[in-house]
Design a protein around this ligand. Structure first.
Ligand SMILES: Nc1nc2c(ncn2[C@@H]2O[C@H](COP(=O)(O)OP(=O)(O)OP(=O)(O)O)[C@@H](O)[C@H]2O)c(=O)[nH]1
Ligand SMILES: [Mg+2]
Length: 105
Protein backbone atom coordinates (compact mmCIF):
# COMPACT_ATOMS: atom_id res chain seq x y z
CA UNK A 1 0.00 0.00 0.00
CA UNK A 2 2.88 2.35 0.77
CA UNK A 3 4.12 1.87 -2.78
CA UNK A 4 0.77 3.03 -4.14
CA UNK A 5 1.07 6.27 -2.19
CA UNK A 6 4.72 6.69 -3.15
CA UNK A 7 3.77 6.47 -6.85
CA UNK A 8 0.76 8.72 -6.42
CA UNK A 9 2.60 11.51 -4.64
CA UNK A 10 5.78 11.27 -6.68
CA UNK A 11 3.58 11.96 -9.71
CA UNK A 12 2.55 15.21 -7.97
CA UNK A 13 5.84 16.23 -6.32
CA UNK A 14 8.43 14.46 -8.48
CA UNK A 15 11.71 14.07 -6.61
CA UNK A 16 11.16 17.13 -4.43
CA UNK A 17 11.04 16.59 -0.70
CA UNK A 18 7.45 16.84 0.57
CA UNK A 19 5.87 16.70 4.00
CA UNK A 20 2.82 14.45 3.83
CA UNK A 21 0.53 13.98 6.83
CA UNK A 22 -1.61 10.91 7.40
CA UNK A 23 -4.56 11.88 9.59
CA UNK A 24 -7.82 10.24 10.60
CA UNK A 25 -9.73 9.12 13.67
CA UNK A 26 -8.23 6.42 15.85
CA UNK A 27 -8.65 2.91 14.43
CA UNK A 28 -9.26 4.24 10.90
CA UNK A 29 -6.38 2.14 9.57
CA UNK A 30 -3.58 4.71 9.28
CA UNK A 31 -0.85 2.50 10.73
CA UNK A 32 -1.94 -0.45 8.62
CA UNK A 33 -1.63 1.70 5.50
CA UNK A 34 1.76 3.22 6.26
CA UNK A 35 3.13 1.15 9.17
CA UNK A 36 4.41 3.36 11.98
CA UNK A 37 2.48 6.62 11.92
CA UNK A 38 0.47 7.39 15.05
CA UNK A 39 -1.36 10.52 16.03
CA UNK A 40 -3.64 11.84 18.67
CA UNK A 41 -6.23 14.32 17.47
CA UNK A 42 -5.41 17.29 19.78
CA UNK A 43 -1.81 17.12 18.60
CA UNK A 44 -2.51 16.92 14.86
CA UNK A 45 -1.87 20.63 14.44
CA UNK A 46 1.71 20.28 15.75
CA UNK A 47 2.44 18.62 12.41
CA UNK A 48 0.69 21.18 10.20
CA UNK A 49 3.49 23.67 9.35
CA UNK A 50 5.24 23.08 6.02
CA UNK A 51 2.87 20.31 4.95
CA UNK A 52 2.39 19.82 1.21
CA UNK A 53 -0.11 16.96 1.30
CA UNK A 54 -2.60 15.26 3.62
CA UNK A 55 -3.94 11.72 3.43
CA UNK A 56 -7.14 11.66 5.46
CA UNK A 57 -8.03 8.06 6.35
CA UNK A 58 -11.69 7.28 7.10
CA UNK A 59 -12.96 4.00 8.54
CA UNK A 60 -15.91 3.44 6.20
CA UNK A 61 -17.26 0.71 8.47
CA UNK A 62 -17.42 2.99 11.54
CA UNK A 63 -20.77 4.53 10.65
CA UNK A 64 -21.29 5.85 14.19
CA UNK A 65 -18.30 8.17 13.77
CA UNK A 66 -18.56 9.17 10.12
CA UNK A 67 -20.04 12.52 11.18
CA UNK A 68 -17.14 13.06 13.61
CA UNK A 69 -14.67 12.14 10.89
CA UNK A 70 -16.37 14.64 8.57
CA UNK A 71 -16.30 17.42 11.17
CA UNK A 72 -12.62 16.84 11.93
CA UNK A 73 -11.88 16.85 8.20
CA UNK A 74 -13.70 20.14 7.69
CA UNK A 75 -11.78 21.64 10.65
CA UNK A 76 -8.50 20.55 9.05
CA UNK A 77 -9.46 22.20 5.77
CA UNK A 78 -9.98 25.48 7.64
CA UNK A 79 -6.44 25.50 9.05
CA UNK A 80 -4.37 28.36 7.63
CA UNK A 81 -1.18 26.29 7.82
CA UNK A 82 -2.69 23.70 5.49
CA UNK A 83 -3.97 26.07 2.85
CA UNK A 84 -2.71 24.91 -0.54
CA UNK A 85 -1.95 21.35 0.61
CA UNK A 86 -2.94 18.48 -1.66
CA UNK A 87 -5.66 16.36 -0.02
CA UNK A 88 -6.44 12.69 -0.53
CA UNK A 89 -9.42 11.18 1.32
CA UNK A 90 -8.82 7.46 1.72
CA UNK A 91 -12.08 5.60 2.45
CA UNK A 92 -10.64 2.57 4.25
CA UNK A 93 -12.35 -0.73 5.19
CA UNK A 94 -14.67 -0.67 2.20
CA UNK A 95 -15.33 -4.42 2.38
CA UNK A 96 -17.38 -3.92 5.55
CA UNK A 97 -19.49 -1.17 4.11
CA UNK A 98 -20.20 -2.30 0.57
CA UNK A 99 -23.93 -2.12 1.29
CA UNK A 100 -23.74 1.52 2.42
CA UNK A 101 -24.35 4.06 -0.33
CA UNK A 102 -21.64 6.73 -0.15
CA UNK A 103 -24.14 9.60 -0.32
CA UNK A 104 -25.80 8.46 2.91
CA UNK A 105 -23.22 10.41 4.88
N1 LIG B 1 -11.35 -4.88 7.51
C1 LIG B 1 -10.35 -4.03 7.50
N2 LIG B 1 -9.71 -3.78 8.65
C2 LIG B 1 -8.68 -2.91 8.60
C3 LIG B 1 -8.28 -2.27 7.39
N3 LIG B 1 -7.24 -1.45 7.67
C4 LIG B 1 -7.01 -1.58 8.99
N4 LIG B 1 -7.87 -2.46 9.56
C5 LIG B 1 -7.94 -2.87 10.96
O1 LIG B 1 -8.37 -1.75 11.72
C6 LIG B 1 -7.75 -1.76 13.00
C7 LIG B 1 -7.05 -0.45 13.22
O2 LIG B 1 -5.99 -0.31 12.28
P1 LIG B 1 -4.76 0.67 12.59
O3 LIG B 1 -3.91 0.70 11.35
O4 LIG B 1 -4.13 0.29 13.87
O5 LIG B 1 -5.53 2.04 12.76
P2 LIG B 1 -4.92 3.48 13.14
O6 LIG B 1 -5.67 4.48 12.32
O7 LIG B 1 -3.44 3.48 13.00
O8 LIG B 1 -5.35 3.58 14.65
P3 LIG B 1 -4.70 4.52 15.80
O9 LIG B 1 -3.21 4.36 15.74
O10 LIG B 1 -5.31 3.98 17.06
O11 LIG B 1 -5.13 5.92 15.52
C8 LIG B 1 -6.79 -2.94 13.01
O12 LIG B 1 -7.45 -4.02 13.68
C9 LIG B 1 -6.59 -3.26 11.53
O13 LIG B 1 -6.30 -4.61 11.34
C10 LIG B 1 -8.99 -2.58 6.18
O14 LIG B 1 -8.73 -2.08 5.10
N5 LIG B 1 -10.02 -3.46 6.30
MG1 LIG C 1 -1.97 3.86 14.40
Amino acid sequence: MGIVFTRLFSSVFGNREARILVLGLDNAGKTTILCGQTSIRPYWRCYFPNTQAIIYVVDSSDTDRLVTAKEEFHAILEEDELKGAVVLVYANKQVHSMMLPLQSH
